[in-house]
Write a protein that binds this ligand. Structure first.
Ligand SMILES: Cc1cc2nc3c(=O)[nH]c(=O)nc-3n(C[C@H](O)[C@H](O)[C@H](O)COP(=O)(O)OP(=O)(O)OC[C@H]3O[C@@H](n4cnc5c(N)ncnc54)[C@H](O)[C@@H]3O)c2cc1C
Length: 464
């Protein structure tokens, strides 16, 4: 006698969120198929920082050892003003939350290395299909059929969009919602992407003045940079530039050197680390990619037999990869529970409400990270005196800021059905040290709280 039919998830996109979801599902009874538009190579992007929230899940999935091998631990975080003056230097080993409480240091790793690890370690690689650009999705009460431009199609119980900012799954979901005859989606609609900033991710070759494991942030009028001296003597860099509201002409992605040179030209003389100008790093660049920094927090991440994770639903300009890893793990938790508690046929109504429960459980945390990212980019690339003042204040309390963002809280997602790994530093610190730590944190929290409320005030004013 055959057992119940396997619940089948069709994942669109084999990047950080899609492949993490595949890993999470491979430890359950759920079957998955991944469809990816690009070929089997992971070349785009520069460096990422793996924070404790992402690291803990990668550890549960057995991927963290490789991340440590391929990445570099971030030990120092320095903040510079554009005239070369140091605003603040923080030793991340001394930030209580990062190591003592979570057990996970901050790791700088190449995006392509992380993608390589997640893909190579996937047990069911044969379920990942490259060169399959999804174009249309048909959803019925019985299931979904996902069509690709090459004429092929895959049927399943649920389609998950892990297909990035310009998600096809998201737009197909909204087409479906708007087409429902009972008008269920009358009062909600897709949130338009906003592009107030553009970014360039680059990788340069060794620069002697930049030491491995040191991260440098620099701020100026309408721009900010992050320079990370990473593994294999590579320097990963990221530039964020305020986009004039009149400029609607930027492409989605570009590696065109004359276009990129034009974008970064005003920054070449600016100091981005001790005695280092951006031009010196840019002149050693091996690869770069221009990307608009889209912002939107969608009102719905799921509907019926559709769901979305990562940048497809919540483009997030500071916590992107870690937030994507968290959202994949949390979706897997809810799907695993739904399948364990349901019998085939997996009815759309039951799935719809299970996915709504998932959304409700995640929304608060994602909104927090999203708002923080929006604030961070605006304060760092400050264009008016109020924001510039805030930048000074927030720069001084950077250590506390890092510890707040990187702390693991009860709302931080993990894979509920896999054991947590015990890392050195997890668990309780000794009483005396803990008390000292708390005193420092509370002391620093006063200026930080003042800064945050000022930021919120300015931000509210800016948004009208
Ligand atoms: C080109 C690029 C470079 C980046 N570089 C960096 C970096 O250096 N540092 C950093 O911190 N962040 C970088 N990011 C952002 C970061 O990768 C994301 O914030 C985070 O990884 C979330 O990933 P995701 O899996 O949700 O989406 P993404 O990483 O955007 O992946 C989406 C995937 O879906 C695929 N896809 C899209 N449409 C379809 C379709 N119709 N059918 C099938 N597949 C489809 C895409 O090919 C892609 O592989 C970069 C993003 C991009 C797009």
């Amino acid at each position: 006698m055959s057992g119940p039919r396997q619940f089948h998830v069709v994942i669109v996109g084999a990047s950080i969120s899609g492949l993490t979801l595949a890993h999470c599902l491979s430890s359950t009874s759920i079957k998955f198929t991944v469809l990816e538009a690009r070929s089997n190579s992971f070349n785009d992007g520069a460096g990422l920082v793996i924070l404790p929230n992402g690291a803990r899940i990668l550890d549960q999935l057995g991927l963290y050892r490789d991340v440590l091998d391929w990445g570099v631990r971030m030990d120092w975080h320095s903040t510079w003003l554009d005239d070369g003056r140091l605003l603040k230097r923080v030793n991340t080993r001394q930030i209580g939350s990062v190591r003592r409480r979570t057990g996970y240091p901050l790791i700088v790793i190449a995006r392509r290395a992380l993608l390589g690890i997640i893909f190579t370690r996937l047990r069911d690689k044969h379920r990942v299909f490259f060169n399959r650009r999804v174009s249309r999705i048909i959803s019925t009460p019985e299931g979904v059929t996902v069509h690709s431009t090459d004429g092929s199609s895959v049927s399943g119980d649920l389609v998950v969009g892990a297909d990035g900012v310009y998600s096809t799954v998201r737009s197909q979901m909204w087409r479906h919602i708007k087409g429902i005859e009972d008008g269920a989606g009358r009062h909600i609609s897709e949130v338009r992407l906003k592009v107030a900033y553009v970014g360039v991710f680059g990788i340069s070759h060794a620069f002697p003045a930049l030491e491995r494991g040191h991260v440098h942030r620099a701020y100026g009028h309408g721009w900010s940079t992050i320079i990370m001296a990473g593994p294999e003597s590579k320097v990963f860099w990221f530039v964020s530039i305020a986009r004039p509201s009149t400029d609607k002409s930027n492409p989605r992605h570009s590696c065109d050197s004359s276009f990129l040179s034009g974008i970064v030209a005003p920054l070449l003389e600016k100091y981005v680390a001790s005695d280092v100008t951006f031009g010196e790093i840019f002149n050693r660049t091996d690869s770069y990619v221009f990307v608009p920094l889209e912002e939107s927090l969608q009102t719905r991440w799921s509907w019926g037999r559709f769901a979305g994770v990562g940048d497809a639903m919540t483009p997030n300009i500071a916590e992107g990869a870690n937030c994507a890893i968290e959202s994949a793990a949390s979706l897997a938790n809810h799907l695993n529970k739904f399948v364990r508690e349901s019998d085939d046929p997996y009815k759309e109504d039951g799935l719809h409400s299970a996915l709504k429960t998932w959304e409700d459980s995640r929304r608060h945390r994602v909104k927090f990270l999203f708002t923080l990212s929006q604030l961070a980019v605006r304060v760092e690339a400050a264009t008016n005196w109020g924001l510039k003042l805030l930048r000074r204040c927030s720069g001084v309390v950077h250590g506390v800021g890092i510890s707040w963002v990187t702390d693991l809280t009860p709302h931080t997602a993990r894979v509920d059905y896999l054991p947590l790994q015990r890392r050195e530093g997890t668990g309780r610190a000794s009483k005396n040290k803990g008390q000292k730590q708390r005193r420092i944190t509370w002391f620093s929290a006063v200026p930080l709280a003042a800064t945050v409320s000022l930021v919120l005030h300015v931000f509210r004013t800016m948004l009208g």
